[in-house]
Design a protein around this ligand. Sequence first.
Ligand SMILES: CC(C)(COP(=O)(O)OP(=O)(O)OC[C@H]1O[C@@H](n2cnc3c(N)ncnc32)[C@H](O)[C@@H]1OP(=O)(O)O)[C@@H](O)C(=O)NCCC(=O)NCCS
Length: 169
Amino acid sequence: MITIRKATKNDAQACWDIRNAAINKGCAGFYDAGDLLIWTAGELTEKFSRIVDAHFYVAELVTEESQDKKVVGTAMLDAPYAQLDALFVSPDAMGLGVGKALLKFIETMAFNQGLAQLRLESTLNAVAFYRSCGFGGEGLEEESVYCSPRGIALDCMVMYKNLGRPSAC
Ligand SMILES: CC(C)(COP(=O)(O)OP(=O)(O)OC[C@H]1O[C@@H](n2cnc3c(N)ncnc32)[C@H](O)[C@@H]1OP(=O)(O)O)[C@@H](O)C(=O)NCCC(=O)NCCS
């Protein structure tokens, strides 16, 4: 079973680890391996912890065998930019519906805040996933480059979804 809750500062390390593991697993083959290492290097920072505490939501998975709750996914809404950010799923939980559940949760939150459209910048590996969840661009889809403060530039795809319709996913 998947449940979603607001993250706290105590989740910051788990969110950081999930981010890095998800990037290294999901983006492999789509980007230069050295760039991925740079993108995911280093320890949890105070800045990241503050963002988690203020904006992140986490998905928890309860497995039948253990009955333990484990944080397996993250996402956030950057409301001023009507943008989804930080959608990452732990490699051992990929393909179980966690990403889709987090996406729907953020879409509902955005819609309830009065946003008519959600924007995201998809890494190239995730474009098919977002398409299967109703994102596209109706002519607006465009390429962009994510420039990390760590000095690397990664090709991305800007995608949009109009909110308030039945989800395609
Ligand atoms: C992309 C990502 C968020 C998807 O999350 P997930 O939990 O693995 O995906 P789900 O299990 O919720 O899949 C939902 C649907 O999308 C489809 N899907 C998932 N990944 C896909 C992919 N790479 N290509 C095509 N379809 C995909 C699934 O088949 C599923 O379809 P269904 O509902 O018809 O069964 C996750 O794999 C991830 O964290 N990847 C690495 C980090 C990343 O790229 N994040 C996005 C940054 S913009």
